[in-house]
Design a protein around this ligand. Structure first.
Ligand SMILES: Cc1cc2nc3c(=O)[nH]c(=O)nc-3n(C[C@H](O)[C@H](O)[C@H](O)COP(=O)(O)OP(=O)(O)OC[C@H]3O[C@@H](n4cnc5c(N)ncnc54)[C@H](O)[C@@H]3O)c2cc1C
Length: 308
């Protein structure tokens, strides 16, 4: 397949990290930048985060995720960065060729002098924990449940157990309570919380949702629909049955780097990772700041070269 266009910089992923890399490189003087995003809107995970807690460090204001994303989209709208939305990157090569697909271009290849993967992260699933039981309806990762409720207006269940005490699970425990579900418990196998303390206080304590530390999920019951779970107190070994109709997993995030892994590529000066694709950031402000630095470094490298 022929190369459609050459760019100085291609950024894959239009979440806060990808937007920050592209914007800071542009501000530092880099021309011919392409930003590719598979969704129809820039913003990444922030587009499903309607809770506050974003932007205190970067914008010096407490914003929702959607507000934070909108502010950054506005910055980009005043640039000539080429943005391809609803465009999925299927492959990158060691020669920094990027294969992408969308409705207007079909399958295309573009090449860049510098490539940044800002592809975010994905959630660990029930399968990764190997929890016994059938595969009934009513089992979700917390982030998927967040997308269902906040974007599509769909409720995952009425009586819900959250497994794992990651931030997304804590935030969803509150969200589902506000929407009328009963969140029966958050189970955490470790002796300590894995999310932020502020989220425990604001999302569990304020809504009287119990957190059971050192409690392990043993089995999900139900064949067509979740009917309940069995869990145990790790220390006392006491087993408990709890009736519920949905289970949400909030058991960790994994940086999304399949595009590099598929090609056995490792990050370098020419192919960088930014944001959650590099490591999982608790605060978007940090992801933005680090990504801006990456954009500036790339600009410094490229501005030494001729055709920028
Ligand atoms: C539920 C939740 C709550 C949070 N709460 C807070 C909070 O209160 N305060 C705070 O500061 N931070 C919070 N964070 C953290 C913050 O949202 C992240 O640090 C930040 O979104 C990371 O940005 P990113 O650009 O690396 O990843 P993402 O936002 O995940 O963006 C990655 C983008 O890459 C795109 N992409 C991936 N693969 C491809 C491909 N092959 N082709 C094209 N596009 C692709 C995706 O569609 C996505 O848009 C929260 C995160 C979550 C999940």
């Amino acid at each position: 397949m022929s190369i459609k266009k050459e760019y100085n910089l291609i950024v894959i992923g239009g979440g806060p990290a990808g937007m920050a890399v592209a914007y800071s490189a542009f501000q530092a003087g880099v021309k011919d930048i392409l930003l590719i995003e598979r969704h129809h809107k820039l913003g990444g995970i922030l587009n499903q985060c309607i809770h506050v807690g974003f932007g205190l460090h970067y914008f010096k204001k407490e914003l929702t995720g959607t507000e934070y994303a909108a502010r950054y989209r506005k910055l980009l709208s005043n640039t000539d960065i080429e943005i391809k939305l609803s465009t999925f990157v299927t492959n990158v090569s060691p020669q920094k060729e990027v294969t992408f697909i969308n409705r207007s271009d079909g399958v295309c290849v573009a090449r860049a002098q510098r490539l940044v993967l800002a592809t975010g992260c994905r959630e660990r699933t029930r399968e990764m924990l190997t929890v016994p039981g059938f595969r009934p309806a009513g089992i979700f990762t917390a982030g998927l449940a967040q997308e269902m409720v906040n974007i599509y207006g769909l409720m995952p269940g009425k009586k819900i157990v959250v497994v794992g005490s990651g931030d997304i699970g804590l935030i969803m425990a509150r969200r589902l309570t506000l929407e009328g579900s009963q969140v029966l418990a958050v189970l955490e196998i470790q002796p300590q919380l894995s999310g932020l303390i502020r989220n425990k206080v604001q999302c569990l304590d304020d809504f009287n949702i119990p957190l059971y530390l050192e409690h392990e999920l043993l089995e999900i019951l139900g064949k067509n629909r979740v009917e309940g779970i069995r869990y145990r107190d790790v220390k006392g070994q006491k087993e408990v049955y709890m009736k519920c109709d949905a289970v949400l997993f909030s058991v960790g995030l994994i940086p999304e780097r399949d595009l590099l892994i598929d090609q056995e590529m490792t990050p370098s000066n020419e192919v960088r990772l930014a944001g959650n694709a590099n490591y999982v950031h608790e605060l978007v402000d940090h992801a933005t700041k680090e990504s801006e630095k990456i954009g500036q470094e790339i600009a410094q490298e490229l501005l030494g070269a001729k055709n920028v």
